[in-house]
Ligand binder design. Sequence first.
Ligand code: NAP
Length: 280
Amino acid sequence: MKIFITGADGALGIAMQNALRQEHLQFFATDLNQLDITDIKKVNETMLNHHPDVILHFAALSNVDACEREKNLAMRVNALGTLGLAIASRKINAKFLYVSTNFVFDGAQEIPYSEYACLNPINEYGRTKLLGERHVREICDKYFIVRTSWLFGDRSKTYISTFLSEKNKPASINVICDQFASFTYTVDLAEAILAIIKSENYGIYHIVNRECGSWLDFALKAKDLLHFKTELNPIKTEELNLPAARPRYAPLESSHYQYLFNRTMRTWDDALGAYIKSLQ
Ligand SMILES: NC(=O)c1ccc[n+]([C@@H]2O[C@H](COP(=O)([O-])OP(=O)(O)OC[C@H]3O[C@@H](n4cnc5c(N)ncnc54)[C@H](OP(=O)(O)O)[C@@H]3O)[C@@H](O)[C@H]2O)c1
């Protein structure tokens, strides 16, 4: 199985490369420097040259506020970039795995979002990632759409992941306490993606660690485990005046993965424990 990765230097890309190496699988890793996914000519040439069996499409403009500020770029990378890759993937008859987000949901319901829930993004990131999903569904026969949420792990750019990996921690930080979602350890997500691409169980998956919380819950658990002194100040989303709206409650329920693979993800606090162990 020859595997091609876009966005391979991102948080998920790095975890995926490690997982593939452990299984001695052949892969070709690219990021912006090697293959800009918005360069349609190069995308086509590269896919025809490499002719992979599987394309793992992780590249994205993943910063939610940057997507709001740079709407055209978000559209080019997240929607059009995915369109070009989906077409190239179909030409070479490769399996295509696209990573999407819980931000395709509006966060207005009171229960976790299943794979069947209504899609209604409330920011540019969610809207452009959903356009990417639609292209994949319309163009590819052999596709997997993996929606995930709040990644943590090595190289993750989320505020708390960056904080956790810092050696000299500040005296205090503000942590958002009024948004709730699922957390996902990149190592666990990469392992699930590996199982999925080995199969022919095409379709949509929600892959996250079990149970949900706020970033404050996450930071408090990390403080318990790491014993750092930094004071954690709860802060409400509206106090931050961020460019992009956030879903208030958008945990994911992963029924397809459990049903088709007979596997469950561990809870996020177990996964956080494993991540912190790896940092020490
Ligand atoms: N992070 C999360 O919490 C989260 C949650 C749900 C879903 N996801 C999705 O999961 C996937 C992986 O996320 P991640 O956290 O690993 O993201 P990431 O760390 O931002 O990695 C994405 C990579 O894609 C690269 N990239 C950006 N524009 C590109 C282009 N035009 N051509 C080629 N590469 C380009 C980025 O480079 P630069 O860094 O130079 O821009 C980065 O290295 C993404 O599709 C994201 O939408 C992430």
